[in-house]
Design a protein around this ligand. Sequence first.
Ligand SMILES: C[S@@+](CC[C@H](N)C(=O)[O-])C[C@H]1O[C@@H](n2cnc3c(N)ncnc32)[C@H](O)[C@@H]1O
Length: 224
Amino acid sequence: MSADVNGMFDRIAPTYDALNRVLSLGIDQSWRRRAVLALGEVRGRAVLDLCAGTLDLSRLAQARGAEVVASDFAQHMLERGRTKLKTSIPLVRADAQRLPFADGVFSGALCGFGLRNLDDPLAGLREMRRVLAPGGRLVVLDFFRPRRALTRAVQVIYNRKVLPLVGGLISGDASAYRYLARSIERFATREEAETLARQAGFDNVRGIDLTVGVAALLIAEVKS
Ligand SMILES: C[S@@+](CC[C@H](N)C(=O)[O-])C[C@H]1O[C@@H](n2cnc3c(N)ncnc32)[C@H](O)[C@@H]1O
């Protein structure tokens, strides 16, 4: 399963950014800015961008002065992002469920639209908890399964019709965008993900809905 997802992201890497802008009408970048702001003060601090993809969150965190390390298992996604950065950062190819970092080395961690792709999101959250230092903060940005019936209905129509059609036209890979749609429909609600974060050992777990719950932030901290 992980290998299929890895291969799929490597395939769609060339059109990933353009499609994000088109499919979200540009709103995705404002969600990413909110996610980085939710980390708090990051100047001079070590921040892990997990499931970093084409490095949009890395770039924003770097612009706020963070010392960013980006990790993802899809090499082509990381390569696409490289040119966005002011200065180069470590790009670490790794599975988010088995991170090659020592305990407690990061002050902050970001995971944008990655958690729902993991075979075992709890294992991923445990790894994020492990690599964060006491007082560290995790911000997850994702499309959680909406709780509100209206948001859910709109999202199902959008995911089943618009996403494969537009995604297929631009990337030439409709099946990848059908997969992405299904991954949203079977993912946890934000509240369920908050419960997972507590199970993973995080404290002070809370969530913020973005754009009437289409996307959301999950914020979780490691006790100092
Ligand atoms: C939808 S993209 C999000 C990329 C980026 N964070 C953003 O905000 O656009 C999801 C990323 O998660 C990565 N990914 C999925 N499962 C992973 C895993 N088990 N380990 C590492 N990376 C993974 C994919 O390769 C892909 O780059």
